[in-house]
Design a protein around this ligand. Structure first.
Ligand SMILES: O=P(O)(O)OC[C@H]1O[C@H](OP(=O)(O)OP(=O)(O)O)[C@H](O)[C@@H]1O
Ligand SMILES: O=c1cc[nH]c(=O)[nH]1
Ligand SMILES: [Mg+2]
Length: 209
């Protein structure tokens, strides 16, 4: 299955706190980063390990385990994806960062691309796309297409909240892509907002509006 709803109690508790009306920018930001960290933990569960010999504290040689040659690029979708970046980099500090700028047209709900800056060797990297909200799935599909066009072959998606409509769109178009999500909500409203959702995540993280 390509959709993984993370049912850990810490994740459910934190996403619940994010839904409250009037939440402060500070609290929303903190919770976004904390859940991103937990999603990164889940999304890297199958990383392979290899042994390495080191000298331990007492001078003796011992074998330790380390992650086997995995090159990762984290791909925040501007703006709201930036809110998840710190949490993911806390878990994968050596990851390179590729940035995509997309804005959803509020009437047509179509994603418009205004920025793209990818790191090199995308064909050798696992891309972890981060965006708090997966609504119609248009922004995510556009990002996946941009990455694929640039040679990326391994992609995973990390979102806080997803609508069934967006999940269906991405998982049917890209069955090989795993999606890690903290909550699968009920539906989209007539303006393309997720219900019950979080409201406008970009505005809440950046303090706009
Ligand atoms: O699945 P979709 O229907 O494409 O909607 C989801 C997108 O909408 C939001 O970004 P927005 O365009 O509001 O930009 P922002 O992050 O700058 O606020 C959100 O962060 C996603 O990127
Ligand atoms: O519910 C939604 C949908 C798109 N973008 C958001 O920030 N929230
Ligand atoms: Mg927004």
């Amino acid at each position: 299955m390509s959709v993984h709803e993370v049912n850990h109690p810490l994740v459910k508790h934190k996403i619940g706190l994010m839904r409250e009306c009037g939440i402060s920018t500070k609290k929303f930001r903190e919770l976004t980063a904390e859940i991103a960290c937990l999603l990164a933990y889940e999304a890297t569960r199958d990383f392979q390990l290899e042994s390495r010999s080191i000298t331990g504290w007492d001078g003796n040689t011992l074998d330790i385990q380390q992650i086997k040659g995995k090159k990762v690029t984290v791909v925040p979708i501007l703006r709201a994806g930036i809110g998840m970046l710190e949490g993911v980099l806390d878990m994968i500090p050596n990851a390179k960062v590729s940035v995509v700028g997309l804005a959803r047209n509020e009437e047509t709900l179509e994603a418009h691309t205004y920025f793209e800056r990818f790191v090199g060797k995308l064909d050798e990297r696992l891309a972890l796309i981060i965006d708090p909200m997966l609504a119609t799935g248009g922004s995510m599909a556009a990002t996946i297409e941009m990455l694929k066009k640039s040679g990326c072959r391994q992609i995973r998606v990390l979102c806080l909240v997803a609508a069934p409509e967006g999940l269906q769109k991405i998982s049917s178009a890209y069955p090989d892509i795993d999606i890690y999500v903290a909550a699968i909500d009920q539906r989209l409203n007539e303006n393309g907002y997720i219900l019950p959702g979080l409201g406008d995540a970009g505005d809440k993280i950046f303090g706009t509006k």
